[in-house]
Every structure is written in C-alpha cells, then in structure tokens.
Design a protein around this ligand. Sequence first.
Ligand SMILES: *[C@@H]1O[C@H](CO)[C@@H](O)[C@H](O)[C@H]1NC(C)=O
Ligand SMILES: *[C@@H]1O[C@H](CO)[C@@H](O)[C@H](O)[C@H]1NC(C)=O
Ligand SMILES: *[C@@H]1O[C@H](CO)[C@@H](O)[C@H](O)[C@H]1NC(C)=O
Ligand SMILES: *[C@@H]1O[C@H](CO)[C@@H](O)[C@H](O)[C@H]1NC(C)=O
Ligand SMILES: *[C@@H]1O[C@H](CO)[C@@H](O)[C@H](O)[C@H]1NC(C)=O
Ligand SMILES: *[C@@H]1O[C@H](CO)[C@@H](O)[C@H](O)[C@H]1NC(C)=O
Ligand SMILES: *[C@@H]1O[C@H](CO)[C@@H](O)[C@H](O)[C@H]1NC(C)=O
Length: 769
Amino acid sequence: MGGTHLLLALVLHLSIFFSIYASNVHIVYMGERHHSEPQITQDSHHGILSDVLGSKEAATASMLYSYRHGFSGFAAVLTEAQAKLIADFPGVVRVIPNHILRLHTTRSWDFLRLEPETACGLLWKSQSGSGSIIGIMDTGVWPESKSFKEDGMDDIPSHWKGICQEGEGFNRSNCNRKLIGARWYIKGYEAEYGSLDTSSVFEFLSPRDAVGHGTHTSSIAAGAFVRNASFLGLARGLARGGAHDARISVYKVCWATGGCSSADLLAAFDDAISDGVDVISVSLGSSPPLAPYIEDVVAIGSFHAVDKGIVVVCSAGNSGPYPQTIQNTAPWLTTVAASTIDRAFPIAITLGNNWTFVGQSLYSGEQEDRFYPLVYAEDIALVDVDYNKARSCDTESLNATLARGKVVLCFQSQLQNPVASALETVREVEGIALIFAQFPTNDVITSMAIPCVQVDFEIGTVLLNYIEKVRNPVVKFGLTKTTIGTLISPEVAFFSSRGPSSLSPSILKPDIAAPGMNILASWSPASSSTDMGLRAPPLNFKIESGTSMACPHISGIVALLKSIHPHWSPAAIKSALITTASIKDEYGQNMAAEGSPHKIADPFDYGGGHVDPNKAADPGLIYDTRIKDHISFLCSMGYNNSAISSMTRHRIICNKTSWSQVDLNLPSISIPHLRKPLTVSRTVTNVGPVTSVYIAHVEAPPGVMVSVKPWILLFNSTVKKQKFKVSFFSQLRVQGRYSFGSLSWTDGVHVVRIPLVVRTVIDEFYMDS
Ligand SMILES: *[C@@H]1O[C@H](CO)[C@@H](O)[C@H](O)[C@H]1NC(C)=O
Ligand SMILES: *[C@@H]1O[C@H](CO)[C@@H](O)[C@H](O)[C@H]1NC(C)=O
Ligand SMILES: *[C@@H]1O[C@H](CO)[C@@H](O)[C@H](O)[C@H]1NC(C)=O
Ligand SMILES: *[C@@H]1O[C@H](CO)[C@@H](O)[C@H](O)[C@H]1NC(C)=O
Ligand SMILES: *[C@@H]1O[C@H](CO)[C@@H](O)[C@H](O)[C@H]1NC(C)=O
Ligand SMILES: *[C@@H]1O[C@H](CO)[C@@H](O)[C@H](O)[C@H]1NC(C)=O
Ligand SMILES: *[C@@H]1O[C@H](CO)[C@@H](O)[C@H](O)[C@H]1NC(C)=O
C-alpha cells in the first residue's frame, strides 16, 4: 500500500509546489521560420533576449531552448515584466507561460493481465510500414526490449536525419535499424522543479524509460513480433505493434514524477519535424479549461508538423464518460478515443444456497475450492466511519477484526477507478477476497494478492439480499476463464474523454476510436519494483489501459497508410480513417459506450467510429484540407491578424465575412447552434477508380431535415474533385439536445460515411415572441 500513498503524497506535494512558485519559464513563440539557416534563427532569438535582459551573458544563462528547425521561438527563464516586454517585439506571436501536461493512462500503478489484443489483426499481416518513421513523445524507451529488435529490418529510410542522443544508461549502441533515434528534454522541467536528483527519484537522465509508459506506447505503435510474451507467466501469446516494420524515434519529454513540461514538448516537436518523422504520437495533454490554439503547445507544434506533411496523432484524455472532457481538439490533429476489446474473463460465484452468478476476475494466485464467509462492507464499518465510505470500501473504513478471513462485498460510489482502492482496503484488513459491485464495465483489474471479482449492480444487489436473509452467508469462486471474440463487442471505454470540444464545438472530436483497454505491450523492467507496493519480478510486458494506449494504435495504422499512400496529406489520411470507421459490430449491432447510462455510442464517444485499417487503405473519396483552410479556422477563432501572419508566414487579413467553422472541409459536420436554416459546403477528392459515380445517402439527425445538393457526384479523368452542399433545417420548436446522423457517399463498393451532429437552439428573442 505504501506505493500508492507515497505517490499520492508526491502528486499532492507537486501541486502545492506549483501554486507557490508561479512558472518562470516562458515560451516565446514566433511562428514560421524566416530563415532556412537554423543558426541565423537562433542568433535572432539571442538578440531579442539580450535586448531585454541587457547582456549576452544574461541571455545565454536564461535561454533554455531555441526552436529553430520546425518553426521559430525560444524558451527562457523570464520575470513577468520581461515576458510582457518581449510580447511586444515584432514577430512574437505569443508569450506562453510554461505548463505541465500529463500522460493519458488511467492506472499506471495497477497490475493487469491479458492475452495480446487482436483488434488490428488483419492489419499486421501487411508487410508494409518499413519506410515510415514514428516519433513517440513520451517517457522514453527500454531499448533492450524484444519489441525493438532489428532482426530482418532493411536499412534506415534515407529521409531520416535524426540522432541517437546519449545519456545515463543509454549510448549510441542502444539505437538500431528499428529504434532509429532517441532524444531527451529536461530543461523546462528542471527550470520548474529544480534539478532532477536521480539518487532520490528513480530516473535516467537519458532516453531510457524508468516509467514504462513510453516503452508501452512505442511497442504498440511499431513493436516487432515477440512470441510467447507473458506477464508474470500468466498470459502467453504474441505481442506486436501495429506497424511492426515501421521505425521508431523516441523523444523523452515526460519524467518519472509524472509531468511533462510544455517547453520541453515544443523542443521535441521542433526536432521531430527536422528529423524526418512521418507520424508523431502524443499520448498526453492537459484537461479543460483548454488553452486557445495559439497558446497550446500541442496545437502549435502539430500545426507546423502537419503543414510539413507529418500526421500528428493524440490521445483524447481519460476524463470520460462526462461530456466536454475531450482534449487535444485542434482540427489538424487526429484525436483518438479508447475502446474495449472482444474478450471477457468470467468467473463463477456460488452462494451457500447453490445460486450461481457470473462475475469477472483476473486473479493469478492459488484458490481453494471451498466456501468462505461473506460480509457486506457496511456491516463491518469502523465505528465513526460514514456508511457511504464503508460501502465503497474506501481507505481505512473497515474493521479488521470483523473483516479478517472473509469475502467482503463493496458497492461503487464514484465513477473513476474505485475498484483498485477497494481492493487495497480489503487486503489491508486481511479480507480473503473482494466482490465489487459497479455499473457494467469490461474494465477488469488484476489482483495478485487476493481475488477481486467484479459484478454489476444487479448481481451485487442479489448478493446483498442473500447476506441480509441468511444467518451464515457463504460464497465460493470457480476458476477464471478467458473467452475471446464471441461474448462482447468493442465498446467505447468509460474513461475515454467525450466531446463536444469545449473550445470549438463546431469541430467534431474525438476523430476515431481504437483499442485502449487492457493492452499487453512491452514495459520497462526497471519500473516494476515501484508498482503498488507489491514486490514483483522485473516486468518485460505489462497490461495497461488508457487513451494513451489507443493513440499509438492509430499512429501505427497511419504509418502503414503513409507507406501505401506517401503523398496523402495528414488531412487525407485522417479522412480515410474516419470515413471508413465501423459503427456496428460483426453481428450488426450498434457499437455501445460504457458509462452511466450504458448507451449506443455516438460521435462524441468515437468520432467516425471504430478504426477499420483495411478499409482505410481504400476510402474511395477523401475530405482534404490545406493550410489556407487552417488559416481561415484560426481567423474564425478570433486570433489577431499579425499573430496568424507570423504563425503561418503568410500575410493574413482575416475577412469578417461569411466563412464559418462549419465550412472547414472536415470529414464530419458539427453544428452546435442551429438557429435558422443553414447550408454547409464540402469538397471531396476521388482517390478510387478514375471513373466513378457516387450517390448520397443521408440519415438525418432526429428533428432535423437534411438535403444534399447535388446528390449524385460524377468523377472522370478530368474531374477529380466535386463540391456539394448540405442544408440543415430544424423542425424542433424547443431547445434541442445534440442529435446525430450521417451522410454517406457510395459507389456500390465504397461507403464514405461522415457523422452529422446538430443541436437546435431557440433564441430567447424567438421564444418570447
Ligand atoms: C554502450 O552500452 C552497452 C550496454 O548498454 C555497453 O555494453 C557498451 O560497452 C556501451 N558502449 C559504449 C561505447 O559505451
Ligand atoms: C514460453 O516461455 C516459457 C518460459 O518463460 C517456456 O517455459 C515455454 O516453453 C515457452 N513456450 C514456447 C511455446 O516457446
Ligand atoms: C447444493 O448442491 C449440492 C450438490 O449439487 C447438494 O449436495 C447440496 O445439498 C445443495 N445445497 C443446498 C442448500 O441446496
Ligand atoms: C471492531 O469490531 C470489534 C468487534 O465488534 C469491536 O470490539 C471493535 O471495537 C471494533 N474496532 C473498531 C476500531 O471499530
Ligand atoms: C495584435 O495583438 C497585439 C498585441 O496583443 C497588438 O499590439 C496588435 O495591435 C494587434 N494587431 C491587430 C491587427 O489587431
Ligand atoms: C479574404 O478575402 C480575400 C479576398 O476575397 C482573399 O484573397 C483572402 O484570402 C481572404 N483571407 C482569408 C484569411 O481567407
Ligand atoms: C468528365 O466529366 C465532365 C463533366 O461531366 C465532362 O465535361 C468531361 O468531358 C468529362 N471528361 C472525360 C474525359 O470524359
């Protein structure tokens, strides 16, 4: 238990630290570079800083990074007054205080186990991806992992210009034809927290991963085949990445204490752009309130990357199932929600009266085939403890004398991850097992010390009635089984952050869903000793959940698509993913979303749907966007002309005309405020057979009339692009909720489907009259 508490204490400690010392590190963002020669750009940064600080020496001491490859700017230690001065310098887009971002894993300190996940099964049969390079911005890498072996790999792609940066426990021989690059960034972090002392914090001042998260995400995206992979000998099978022939370059920006500095992250984007990566995978972010795109380093870094043809894939966040919790919402990003996978772990629960129920469990230890006494947590509460706390087996709520040797039944009281703390509590009071009743979920945690059986509230209620009725309630468990494929269809995971975007609701987010629950992948063997206070042998593989794990699934698929279609823009690739995504399972049932209530999934849960990699390779039509579309979008966000001009290096005068965010040529239409009839335009590009005829099919959102003009599109050798208009007219006389529909273009072979999201708004003026 010490581990969890220590960790909580540490997090708490850091947040106090934050509030006392306001950030002194500032990012001075200057937009697109003016010179192709990095040295000239760097000199100009030193010039500005010297002017403000009064000397060259002071400037050198204050400067943390000069961003000069992918874009222009610098990070420096500045007072508020100095920061204000610099903001007025010509060419400065924004001065942004340094900020700490977080990894998107739900339970980094929780042990889980499973067989390798198979959702991308069809995809990895493809031998492609070897020409693509995926940049992973995370906690670094454990290079000795079998997932990063170079056996059978071709030469490194010629467009690679990166390096293998050395450091503590990491030298050039740790890179190979698989792990082709590695860099690490800590200046922004240390300027914030003081220097990282590796004698008190377990870390490596190098690209080496002390946490495991970066090793996990890297191996999901592009890990080589590892046969007979296992977690403590419990699960055995094949572990492999999405694009197992693609190359990996790691950018370590997050540190064992849990944070990632935005100044460091921006430096990683700057390098990754010039290193020649094809895809950037970012499994981190910061929760709402969301910063304006012009002050958000993920949005800024990715803007320049996407402008240079690099696809940037981000995790959606783990703050679901609540609406408006989505993160990383810039329209040029591909934002990934997490889904569950088609696997269940049933375990039989038998009561003394021979009634039998099915729960879920992942217990790895020995178990006797006999009945144990069963108690309800509330009945064994400590004196003076709130019954609500005891009912959910909150920390220090149970009486050890009464719990010892018994199976304890607890009921969930909050949504996020209480089963792990209930397990911890029951273990502390020497209960023999935990039965945890909660809303239905596929999220099963592993238990090593004592069995943990998860049931839904319905079964939990039956068990409780049984306890209250009989004099000596007893229970016995069967063995856990693993069933694959047939029992459950993928669902959106409860923790996956949901749309609409709180910053720009006209841009539908998330974009797509991919597996992110109970994913087996490589781990850093150095990190396991610190897990949950339990002593475990070094782990080479581990099971993790989070949108952090969903993101690299898409990054791997993008690497494959890039190798098939090297000239497709990031927007085209994103369009291919979204328009071919599936919204039904193999039995034709609509995909569901976990949460309360459990419901049919909608675009705020999964964007276009669940990724279907094979179909994405041949989408038929694509919705493409160019830099000028993104500029119009920045204008529509109300950012200032000179800022956008510097950011993009185009002379921009934003027009106060009719261009609206709903006209951004995205593979989705989201209208958050439908007041009067509205017409939206889109353009599609044919990437299928040269001569094609597409017909529109609309499923209108309930309460809204939708028409498409023209409703037939013809393509031939001269006509590659077609424009069409979609008109929306609400029939609702009351303020509506969001409702959902779709528009599909089909030629009989391809179905090019985009989600429609509409909310009717009745103006107060209108209602009064
Ligand atoms: C690099 O590290 C490996 C072990 O990780 C070691 O065997 C090797 O000697 C080192 N090489 C150099 C040049 O330091
Ligand atoms: C898998 O590895 C274990 C040891 O970890 C070994 O005992 C077993 O024989 C291996 N199985 C196969 C099929 O290679
Ligand atoms: C439960 O079933 C077993 C055998 O199936 C039987 O021997 C036992 O009497 C039953 N107990 C009750 C309470 O029905
Ligand atoms: C625990 O329960 C026992 C038995 O009912 C009781 O004597 C004891 O005072 C309880 N301890 C606490 C701390 O509540
Ligand atoms: C843009 O903003 C800067 C500072 O915020 C201001 O000085 C400048 O006048 C603005 N430019 C325009 C065109 O609004
Ligand atoms: C504003 O309108 C002019 C003239 O129509 C056009 O050239 C320019 O590109 C527009 N600016 C933006 C940002 O769209
Ligand atoms: C393609 O279609 C356009 C419009 O229907 C037509 O004008 C043009 O002649 C066609 N081109 C060819 C090569 O058939």
